[in-house]
Design a binder for this molecule. Structure first.
Ligand SMILES: Nc1ncnc2c1ncn2[C@@H]1O[C@H](COP(=O)(O)OP(=O)(O)OP(=O)(O)O)[C@@H](O)[C@H]1O
Length: 256
């Protein structure tokens, strides 16, 4: 176990099974504040399950997830969000019938007031300020021109970028990203890499699952490799790139 003070997220000996299938086995992971930590691995390795455990959507069978001293698996997903943990997931969770601007404003109210303590009077008085913030985050992800469009009309890549703006308006301390560039063109992928680099300069910690190795090696400070639910390697991008165990895990996948 890493006892370094800078560890902001610690996944401690987590196990998770679905029926007879062991999706995560003895997973131990430490993420240091301000770093980008990538989780890679072949299909079905357990990456999404691990992120879902981190946001309280899937309870671990054994083990714990600790964020800045709080045990996350003992509190609700909403409370986890209020602590400063936000996520961008594979299936964008957006409000299809609302405009992009409205989509980005809602999480700002949820973070401030709490989803179940929503106060419409306070919300109205803060609307101007939150609208301005929402517009600046839409600008940041390249969607400002479409701010009055309904979210339903967006391409898959643009939905990703909208969800990113919805996370950023919450000023998270920890951002969890599940394949943030899936469905994007190479140009939009590179723009997203640049955006994620800017966020790193602001000190935001990120855990990122990504299949695109160009994205992983452009961004990651540390990489953990999952295969069949176990972490088989962990290290700097160079260490992981040269690990025989990692090559074997990926070779196994390409031969299937
Ligand atoms: N809710 C569930 N019920 C049953 N099995 C599940 C469930 N969620 C995941 N699994 C299984 O757990 C294993 C790990 O799945 P997971 O989605 O975490 O892998 P992954 O590494 O994210 O895969 P991919 O890269 O394809 O998205 C897989 O065998 C998957 O079929």
């Amino acid at each position: 176990m890493d006892t370094n003070n800078n560890v902001v997220l610690h996944v401690a000996d987590v196990n998770k099974s679905f029926g007879g299938l062991k999706a995560l086995t003895d997973v131990d992971l430490s993420v240091k504040e301000g770093t980008v930590h990538a989780i890679i691995g072949p299909n079905g390795a357990g990456k999404s399950t691990l992120l879902n455990v981190c946001i309280g959507r899937i309870p671990p069978d054994t083990g714990h997830v600790i964020f800045d001293g709080t045990v996350l698996d003992e509190i609700t997903p909403h409370e986890i969000n209020q602590l400063g943990v936000s996520r961008v997931f594979q299936t964008p969770e957006i409000f299809a019938d609302l405009s992009l601007l409205e989509n980005v404003m809602i999480p700002a109210f949820a973070r401030r007031d709490g989803a179940f303590k929503f106060n419409p009077i306070r919300a109205l008085s803060a609307e101007g300020e939150i609208r301005e913030k929402a517009e600046s985050h839409l600008e940041e992800v390249g969607l400002y021109a479409k701010r009055h469009t309904d979210a339903a009309s967006l391409s898959r890549g643009d939905k990703r970028r909208l969800e990113m703006a919805m996370s950023l308006i919450q000023s998270p301390r920890l951002l969890l990203l599940d394949e943030p560039t899936a469905g994007m063109s190479r140009h939009d992928t590179n723009t997203t890499i640049d955006l994620l680099k800017t966020l790193k300069d602001r000190g935001m910690t990120k855990v990122i699952i990504e299949h695109d190795m160009h994205v992983v090696f452009s961004l990651a400070d540390r990489i953990s490799v999952l295969a069949q639910g176990r972490i088989i390697a962990e290290g700097t991008p160079d260490e992981v790139r040269n690990s025989p165990k990692v090559k074997e895990a990926y070779l196994g996948e390409s031969q299937q």
